[in-house]
Write a protein that binds this ligand. Structure first.
Ligand code: G1P
Length: 296
């Protein structure tokens, strides 16, 4: 039987330089889509998938993330006295059970693989998830849940996968497909950001379910693409050592909130996805496009 996945690692140590000057004093994971910070979407998705322990790999200047998931007693009391139950309920979703979140520091920016390796002692000897907050996925059921359900059938390790245009393969971990079974593919190898000859156009998106043996591969602290310790390389080593890795073509739309254009697209999509905003927002977008067309 496949062991249940109850732990997830959230690498949130990055500087977020692409969003300067905003990220000068706020962590990029606190940037909001509509009214929720990116980290909240990631945590909600993990919770929906049955994750119980949340491991944040942080760095200097990420204190706002710790505060965000703490109880805000003064604020809660004020809202309670004012009878604002709906707002209290909203805040409740940001509270975590005591001991459910652990924070670990990554002292040097040495890559995604290194960030995950920093959490090795908290992960221990069980399969675990990794969620990259830059990749926001609108999907039902949420992406990680789809993966956990698929992983319960396949075992091994699993990455979220998505076809990307041929000229974009150098921005992703790319899968060499051994066997295409439709939604699930068996992985023959993986290359991080191939500059040329990508093995396919099937890219890894920031959701992973990993066997604990991946941590042994990370222990080698081997430098890969861009001089960084790459998670992709440690997963590829699994295959070399005879263990199975799968890709899941998840159902849903992924937004690259690590880029400005992707963040704007996500803002529009999430705005249109919200019952309380969609009519007004859709009318506005419609009028704006019509005005632009008329001006052309
Ligand atoms: C990371 C991974 C890469 C993956 C990507 C998905 O890269 O290293 O394999 O395809 O996330 O967003 P990053 O975008 O952090 O450079």
């Amino acid at each position: 039987m496949v062991q249940k996945v109850t732990k997830a690692v959230f690498p949130v140590a990055g500087l977020g330089t692409r969003f300067l000057p905003a990220t000068k004093s706020i962590p990029k994971e606190m940037m909001t889509l509509v009214d929720r910070p990116l980290i909240q979407y990631a945590i909600d998705e993990a919770r929906a998938a049955g994750i119980e322990e949340f491991i944040f790999v942080t760095s200097r200047g990420k204190g706002a993330l710790e505060d965000y998931f703490d109880h805000a007693h003064e604020l809660e009391n004020t809202l309670r006295k004012a009878g604002k139950d709906d707002l209290l309920e909203l805040l409740r979703q940001t509270n975590m059970e005591s001991g459910a979140i652990a924070y670990i520091r990554q002292h040097k920016a040495m890559g995604l693989g290194h960030a995950v390796w920093c959490a090795r002692r908290l992960i221990g000897d069980e399969p675990f998830a990794v969620v990259l907050t830059d990749d926001v996925v609108l999907g039902e059921p949420p992406c990680l849940q789809q993966m956990i359900e698929a992983h319960a059938e396949t075992g091994g390790s699993m990455v979220a996968a998505m076809e990307v245009p041929a000229d974009k393969t150098s921005a992703y971990g790319i899968i060499d497909v051994a066997e295409d079974m439709g939604a699930i593919v068996k992985v023959a190898g993986m290359v991080e950001k191939p500059k040329q000859n990508p093995p396919s156009n099937l890219a890894v998106i920031g959701r992973y379910i990993l066997a604990p043996t991946v941590l042994n591969n990370l222990n080698k602290l081997k430098q890969g693409a861009g001089g960084e310790i790459q998670l992709t390389d440690a997963i590829a080593d699994e295959i070399r050592e005879g263990r199975e890795v799968f890709g899941l073509r998840f159902r849903g739309q992924r937004y690259d909130c690590g880029s400005k254009a992707g963040f704007l697209q996500a803002t529009v999509a999430f705005g249109l996805n919200r019952e309380d905003l969609k009519d007004e927002f859709a009318d506005y977008l419609h009028d704006m496009l019509a005005m632009q067309k008329a001006a052309e």
